[in-house]
Design a protein around this ligand. Structure first.
Ligand code: ZN
Length: 373
């Protein structure tokens, strides 16, 4: 076994919701190009994605929904009745080939899970991380929930799988799909649903039935910086993750908590965000790393390159290769500047995170044998 597996081919760029949509497939192409120019992909195994099968998809989604996406794939006009499947909105436009493209990114994440089952320490699928898709409905740019499909595949061998989501939006679809299942712990740190899509992810959403205590939500407020975010992650999320003793982890690496992201208001730098990935890696269990959100074209490729570097143990110089730096306007991987935040904003964010942490300790620590001090 080598350092791990990177699942990619340009076919993944077919998941394209149009030129004015925020989620541009060039994010994937530029990241891969950057890694290629570094020579980083020569140090891992690059595997071409294969589409997920209909049968496996139906472990995560209703047959009715999967058939509806297939029906829309010719690019035909969306019937009014299909609003119930989440299509026909600006967020989730239908495009020709939507079924095939969605099966491909979902298959890529399942392949990453299979690579881990086959003994690889890390497998990365940056086209995945589409965490908002529901059992029977598209949402928030996501058609199929590859995160859940990957966790489901891992469950074929492991009895305890953790899903860790550091995207700025709540991982609502994944939480919902495992809400009653104690074998999949979901942890999401995100901007509070009171100020951001999808409007969920409050601490009191703790799971249901046998799954009670296994849905962990760590909401933060706008202006949250590295220090406040990391403190909440480490004391709240990471301590529960360790206590759960996962045998494998699905790590959703959305980059939209970065301070330059246009769709949210959290103020992380690339280096702060990366520390959470380093923490997860320190547990020494296999990781299926997925992409996710991230809508600033000068931050996404470098943050995913940094995630790649950390997860696979491939050293990359902070100065990006000259050719890339010139046409992509990304001269360095790490942030040089820090967000400009007033002391009032800082204090507001700190107080909000403090309340979240207290509530997580009170409501959730007892399920995991942790003592709230
Ligand atoms: Zn997001």
């Amino acid at each position: 076994m080598g350092k791990g597996v990177y699942i990619y081919s340009d076919e993944l760029l077919g998941y394209d919701m149009g030129p004015s949509h925020p989620m541009q497939p060039t994010r994937l192409k530029r990241t891969t190009e950057l890694l290629n120019l570094y020579g980083a992909l020569e140090q891992v195994r690059v595997v071409k994605p294969e589409p997920i099968s209909f049968d496996e998809l139906c472990h995560t989604h209703s047959q009715e929904y999967v058939r509806a996406v297939d029906f829309l794939s010719t690019g035909r006009q969306v019937p009014a009745s299909y609003c119930r499947f989440g299509f026909g909105t600006g967020d989730n436009p239908v495009f020709a080939g939507i079924y095939e493209a969605s099966c491909l990114y979902t298959g890529a994440s399942v392949q990453a899970a299979q690579a881990v089952l086959d003994g690889e320490p890390v497998a990365m699928s940056i086209s995945g991380g589409l965490h908002h898709a529901h059992y029977g409905k598209a949402a928030g740019f996501c058609v199929f929930n590859d995160c859940a499909a990957a966790a489901h595949r891992l469950r074929s061998k492991y009895s305890r799988v953790a899903y860790v989501d550091i995207d700025v939006h709540h991982g609502d679809g994944v939480q919902e799909l495992f809400y009653s299942d104690p074998s999949v712990l979901t942890i999401s740190i995100h901007q509070s649903g009171s100020t951001l899509f999808p409007g969920t992810g409050f601490v009191h959403e703790i799971g249901h039935g046998h799954g009670e205590g296994y849905s962990i939500n760590l909401p933060v407020s706008p202006w949250t910086n590295d220090e406040v975010w990391l403190n909440l992650w480490r004391q709240g999320g990471f301590s529960i993750l360790k206590a759960f003793r996962p045998e494998a982890i699905v790590l959703q690496c959305g980059t939209d908590a970065h301070y330059l992201d246009p769709l949210a208001n959290v103020n992380l730098t690339a280096q702060g965000w990366l520390e959470a990935i380093t923490d997860v890696l320190s547990l020494g269990v296999p990781i299926v790393a997925l992409g996710g959100g991230g809508y600033n074209q000068t931050t996404v490729p470098r943050m995913w390159a940094l995630a790649f570097s950390t997860l696979f143990g491939v050293v990359l110089s902070d100065d990006t290769p000259e050719e890339f730096s010139f046409h992509s306007r990304i001269p360095k991987l790490f942030d040089i500047q820090r967000p400009d935040v007033s002391s009032y904003e800082m204090e507001t964010a700190r107080e909000f995170a403090g309340t979240t942490l207290d509530e997580v300790k009170r409501r959730l620590f007892p399920y995991h044998g942790l003592i709230s001090t």
